[in-house]
Ligand binder design. Structure first.
Ligand SMILES: Cc1cc2nc3c(=O)[nH]c(=O)nc-3n(C[C@H](O)[C@H](O)[C@H](O)COP(=O)(O)OP(=O)(O)OC[C@H]3O[C@@H](n4cnc5c(N)ncnc54)[C@H](O)[C@@H]3O)c2cc1C
Length: 361
């Protein structure tokens, strides 16, 4: 059957903020044949393209998205090669990320267990360079297979070519909506590598506590994934009850000098030296500074009174100021207005410009 392009398609159930926008055109792609057909379609040739995964990091800013919204549903987890120590797998971009983690830990494969229970798809995990609890997608990424939506050609990006960095990659800025990721190849370890540390620095006490409740060490990747899931369920709002995109802003980087100034004004301000985090490609090299530190945006927002604050249909989670939430009735515009107010107050008070982590369409 020919690939079907829908007109004026409702997007509310396709984004975790439950924004009630409509796509001018919408198409789902299940396989390579669907892609081939789409490339020949007139709507595809004339309209702007927007790629949508699970919609857990996307804000629709207008009631109508004047574009062809393309949703890859390509599935499949296939082993490409393996030896005694590792296994290399190729995964369809439309696979649910958490299901992939469950698949991996059920085989006792290690490398993504700390990334359990993060919403979204495998394709978007590359876009975002997904990270949590000291693990980052780039640690296991081998390559991403894509279709260039401009030329229709297949292009494979090596890990380095995806330019993974802190919560971003080349697909989140320069090549946004240009290359459709179809398959992702990752390499997992068969040697259990239990790690609940933040880049080798300190241990996540919360995870250690859950692990102790689960069982005695030694721990398997499955135990770690379970502890991470328990902690995330405890710490984060369910998007079914409180629609959100998780963290709205990325944590800012400041000079050590700036951090010392802030420390005097903000009680309990943590900091993480990014030189230890191997984010080599960050533009802080251009600042001429010897060391830059990452500070929690949530703490800055909290001291400014944003934790649990609501304006109309939009608010922040009462346990974390960085998580913007809605009552399910908010438009994208209302959410962005609220976030801009947060951003402005941090700029006015601390002279720090917060950058959005979410993708605005
Ligand atoms: C409660 C909650 C907790 C979260 N916790 C974390 C966390 O701990 N760590 C973290 O890193 N993120 C976290 N996130 C953010 C989010 O889960 C990730 O960014 C995830 O990768 C988004 O996946 P998605 O499929 O929903 O992406 P979408 O929102 O659909 O898309 C995100 C971006 O990727 C692009 N894209 C999607 N699929 C493709 C594709 N196949 N090819 C090319 N481009 C594509 C889209 O155009 C868009 O720009 C959290 C979100 C929520 C709601």
């Amino acid at each position: 059957m020919a690939v079907e392009i829908y007109k004026n398609f409702p997007l509310r159930s396709l984004n975790t903020f439950r924004i009630n926008s409509y796509a001018k055109y919408y198409v789902e792609l299940e396989n390579e044949k669907d892609i081939e057909e789409l490339l020949e379609n007139d709507v595809f040739k004339t309209e702007r393209k927007v790629i949508l995964g699970g919609g857990s990091n996307t804000i629709f800013s207008k009631p109508t998205i004047d574009a062809l919204v393309i949703k890859p549903l390509i599935e499949g987890i296939n082993i490409l090669s393996e030896d005694d120590e590792s296994v290399t797998i190729k995964v369809g971009a439309g696979e649910n990320w958490h299901n992939l983690v469950l698949w991996a830990v059920n085989q006792n494969y290690s490398g993504i267990e700390n990334l359990a229970y993060i919403p979204g798809t495998v394709g978007a995990a590359v876009v975002q360079n997904l990270a949590a609890y000291g693990q980052t997608l780039e640690d296991v990424l081998v390559e991403a297979e894509t279709i260039d939506l401009d030329s229709g050609e297949l292009k494979v990006f090596s890990k380095e070519e995806t330019k993974p960095a802190y919560r971003t990659s080349i697909f989140k800025d320069k090549y946004k909506n240009r290359f459709l990721i179809t398959f992702v190849t990752i390499k997992l370890s068969k040697i259990p590598n239990y790690d609940t540390h933040y880049h080798g620095r300190f241990s996540y006490e919360s995870l250690e506590r859950w692990l102790k409740e689960i069982k005695e060490p030694p721990y398997t990747p499955k135990d770690v994934a379970m502890a991470v899931t328990m902690q995330r369920k405890f710490k984060l709002p369910s998007t079914d009850e409180l629609p959100s995109c998780g963290s709205f802003f990325v944590n800012p980087f400041v000079t050590v000098e700036k951090f010392h100034e802030l420390e005097k004004r903000v009680d309990k301000l943590q900091h993480y030296p990014i030189t230890k985090m191997e984010y080599d490609r960050l533009d802080w090299h251009d600042t001429g500074q010897d060391e830059i530190v990452k500070i929690p945006a949530g703490r800055l927002l909290e001291v400014l009174g944003w934790r649990g604050k609501w304006i109309g249909n939009v608010g922040t989670f009462d346990r974390h100021a960085l998580i913007v939430v809605s009552n399910g009735k908010a438009t994208g515009e209302e959410i962005l207005d609220f976030a801009n107010k947060m951003k402005q107050s941090v700029l006015d008070t601390f002279d720090i410009e917060l950058k959005t982590e979410v993708n605005i369409v």
